[in-house]
Design a protein around this ligand. Sequence first.
Ligand SMILES: Nc1ncnc2c1ncn2[C@@H]1O[C@H](COP(=O)(O)OP(=O)(O)OP(=O)(O)O)[C@@H](O)[C@H]1O
Ligand SMILES: [Mg+2]
Length: 404
Amino acid sequence: MGNCSGRPAKCAHASSNNFPESRNPRGGTKSMDDSGLGSSRQQKTLAGPESNSFRNIGVASSLAPSTTLKSFSLSELKNATRNFRSDNLIGEGGFGFVFKGWVDGNTLGPSRPDSKMVVAIKKLKTGGFQGHKEWLAELNYLGQLQHENLVKLIGYCAESENRLLVYEFMPKGSLENHLFRKGVEPISWATRMSIAVGIARGLSFLHSLDANVIFRDLKPSNILLDSDFSVKLSDFGLARDGPTGDKTHISTQVVGTRGYAAPEYVATGRLTPKSDVYSFGVVLLELLTGKRALDDDRPGYLDEGLVDWAKPFLSESRKVFRIMDTRLGGQYSKKGAQSAAAIALQCLDWDQKYRPAMSEVLAMLEQLTHTAKRPSSVPPTPPPHTHPPPHHPSANSSTVELLS
Ligand SMILES: Nc1ncnc2c1ncn2[C@@H]1O[C@H](COP(=O)(O)OP(=O)(O)OP(=O)(O)O)[C@@H](O)[C@H]1O
Ligand SMILES: [Mg+2]
């Protein structure tokens, strides 16, 4: 399967060799499974490429359609971004570019000087079916779900081949920029832990819905930060309704991002909410260590991937300090770090049935952060593993094997 040798990149199962794919500018590929959220049901209900009405767009199973999204014309969004000028470009992903723009806060039309509202406008590269599917999935989910830890979708544009999405603007950008970009002031331990709580809260909310929504692409670039560093999850293009009852999903094509996708999902296509729990464990580890899950741009950098490199240090609480981000300058609660490391270790269990539910992760993290505010008391230690530590082959090298 395509070149997955870039930085953490979208990945697809080795057996999925017959599907449309789109090049990720960072060297990876991204693909949708045929039974994914943008399923035939949705495409059947889409009135056609010129459709400009949300009513014509199918919705994910048990979620109610939104009536609050604004349908923008392309010219409105051109005006909002000064014709998508390059100095308004704030990000680029596998499927498109993100621009800063200004619309009228009252009418949501192009702005007048007195009523400016800043927005982020994602413009998908034109012509790709994949991009359209992701656009539709994003519209379906974010158009209907509202939560303090999910980014707010304001509107959309579907004109000719053009597909755009308009979001609330997140002034601090993504967690990726704050954790890994050179020259950016390091984020404090307390902020890292409150970010972890925010992510866990967002995922717990998704998993608690009747539709049992699985986010499927948790990684720092999809974790946006408001001016006070509060978390908003973004990018529901790969999200899908989860299994209900004792059913499980088997995807014929595995999608997600290498380094973050759960090993059983990559190996078998079996998707459950515990796949998100694994990805959360990877992000928590990144918050602790300040290291990327994978960084193929730097040959020799953690060859085995962050998870396999860090696991031996996580399982012995005295060793945890050896892997902590040096940019914290030692300014963190030792017991808090040990507890967070123990939570990460549970989330990263090779066997998904031993991973805690996202609601349990949230409860442990909340207890940890509340305790940290009362320095005299002892932070909680999560329950120990109830099974012997298994010896596993590397999750990331398995991923690479499957993809090569
Ligand atoms: N609402 C927003 N407010 C501010 N910045 C945003 C917003 N949405 C996206 N961005 C910025 O744009 C970047 C690119 O986002 P995008 O989702 O297109 O790609 P990505 O997450 O980096 O990669 P991928 O295609 O794998 O999802 C983000 O990392 C973030 O820095
Ligand atoms: Mg993204």
